[in-house]
Design a protein around this ligand. Structure first.
Ligand code: PRP
Ligand code: GLN
Ligand code: SF4
Ligand code: MG
Length: 460
């Protein structure tokens, strides 16, 4: 998903940005980085592999701590969707020359990045973040070194989604959301200080001021003196990502005015109404299945118990590179035999995507004496790829695409039954009318998007 951070003002930009990144760790675990601008018009960056504490250790940040005249900066935690897991893809990415340098931190995916690279004569560009940085720079140059003007016309070219923070050597910080508003992004501004974060929870912790969400298509720019707010004139169907509510965002964040935790509890309530089941105990799959399990328990009257314990230090399995996923699973979950043994379990999770998590958990529950396991999922079957910020580029990875029939899915994950929320249930739970549900429905909010062609042409 990636997390974006930023700060401009008289405070300590490096420690503020680092603390925001720590609060956004759940959005990306592969790499992290910070770029800062100094009063003399230069940009300096430090990036590294792994978690924030690994990538931005004091030793690594040493270079930045020694700089004079830092006026602000941006930061990033990465979960790759394009360009591979390589070091060279860590963000912020810096491009430019003496007349204008920009650093870019980006959350989303540019599905047509390879054809844009060709169309703009950039040749073979490795990854969408690099393309986006080069394209933005090119547009800004052509528009008089003006990044705001460049961001206004950027949606004309892009198939995909982006929330973005740009640091310029001017110096200036600019943030923007694509007109669909797929990904979260918020700011907090007062007393000539601007705080930026992908999620509101991070601002509540790191900023002393109130926050507000950046609106779809909005562009906000701050040069240390005045805050300018404008909009791209290009309008699109507003379609924020429903999967942010289901899984990606923190429960204590707000997206489009709706608290994530509250929406998840309601997903569980809808789930219990739509696909009820008998059982002795509701057990959540931690972490992200917790709130839905609370909702399920409330409506069904079946008591909830924490029968699965999660190792907080292992991180999220779904956003890990494929080679790491099984490894993470092995160390992530512990099981409380006293809660499980002899019981009919209702196992609630937020989503089943590839099926790795569920298959392993159900098997383990049976090994320690579960009498029955009924799996209930707070979102609908995940059947289609996402080209707007989630690393699912092909249907073949998806258990619910390979197995259309729910009984077949239940058999594959070794459960006695499986039940999913409907789109209507999910929509009711989130409670806002316009959302993207394409990974569940295959209906993408782009005119003429050809999934078959994209699946073939998208270079991860
Ligand atoms: O079907 P799969 O491909 O296995 O993916 C689905 C699982 O992955 C996510 O958990 P994750 O471990 O990433 O994070 P969490 O601790 O926030 O739940 C999600 O909450 C599901 O549990
Ligand atoms: N998860 C994201 O937002 C990824 C950003 C970008 N597509 C990358 O792969 O680096
Ligand atoms: S396809 Fe799914 S994951 Fe991707 S933006 Fe739409 S709702 Fe979100
Ligand atoms: Mg999970």
């Amino acid at each position: 998903m990636c997390g974006i951070a930023g700060y401009m003002g008289s405070g300590n930009a490096i420690s503020i940005i680092t603390s925001i990144l720590l609060e956004l760790q759940h959005r990306g675990q592969e790499a992290a980085g910070i770029a800062v601008a100094t009063r003399d018009g230069s940009i300096h960056r430090v990036v590294g592999k792994g978690l924030v504490v690994e990538a931005l250790s004091y030793e690594n940040l040493y270079l930045l701590y020694n700089l004079d005249g830092i006026v602000g900066g941006i930061g990033h935690v990465r979960y790759s969707t394009s360009g591979g897991y390589l070091d060279s893809q860590a963000q912020p990415i810096v491009v430019g020359d003496n007349s204008l340098k920009i650093a870019v931190a980006f959350n989303g995916t540019i599905a047509n990045y390879a054809s844009l690279a060709k169309a703009f004569g950039f040749g073979n560009v490795n990854g969408d973040a690099k393309l986006l940085s080069m394209l933005l720079y090119r547009l800004a140059k052509e528009l008089g070194n003006d990044v705001v003007e460049a961001l206004k016309i950027l949606p004309m070219y892009v198939v995909g989604g982006y929330s973005i923070a740009v640091l310029t050597s001017e110096p200036r910080v600019v943030v923007a959301k694509d007109p669909h508003g797929f990904r979260p992004l918020s700011i907090s501004f007062a007393n000539n200080e601007l705080y930026i974060a992908s999620e509101t929870a991070a601002l509540e912790i790191a900023s002393p001021y109130p926050w507000r969400e950046v609106l779809p298509g909005e562009i906000i720019s701050f040069d240390g003196r005045s805050l300018e707010q404008t909009k791209s004139p290009i309008s699109r169907f507003v379609s924020p990502c429903v999967f942010e509510y289901v899984y990606f965002s923190r429960p204590d964040s707000v997206f489009n005015g709706v608290n994530i935790y509250v929406s998840r509890v309601r997903m569980g309530e809808e789930l219990a109404k739509e696909v009820p089941t008998n059982g002795d105990v509701v057990i959540p799959v931690p972490d992200s299945g917790r709130a839905a399990a609370i909702g399920f328990s409330k409506v069904s009257g079946i008591p909830i118990e924490e029968g699965i314990v999660v190792n907080k230090y292992v991180g999220r399995g779904f956003i890990a590179p494929p080679t790491m996923r099984d490894f993470i699973f092995r160390f992530k979950y512990g099981f409380v035999k006293d809660v499980v043994n002899g019981k009919r379990i209702v196992l609630v999770d937020d989503s089943i995507v590839r099926g790795t998590t569920m298959r392993n958990i159900v098997r383990r529950l049976r090994e320690i004496g579960a009498r029955e396991v009924h799996v209930r999922v707070a979102s609908p079957p995940f059947r289609y790829p996402c080209f707007m910020g989630i690393d699912v580029a092909s249907r073949d990875e998806l258990i619910a695409w390979r197995l259309m029939d729910l009984d077949d899915i239940a058999r594959a994950i070794e459960a006695d039954s499986v039940g999913y929320n409907s789109i209507q249930g999910l929509r009711k739970a989130v409670g806002i009318p316009l959302l993207c549900y394409a990974c569940f429905t295959g209906l993408y909010p782009f005119r003429g998007l050809d999934v078959d062609a994209l699946e073939k042409s998208f270079v991860r």
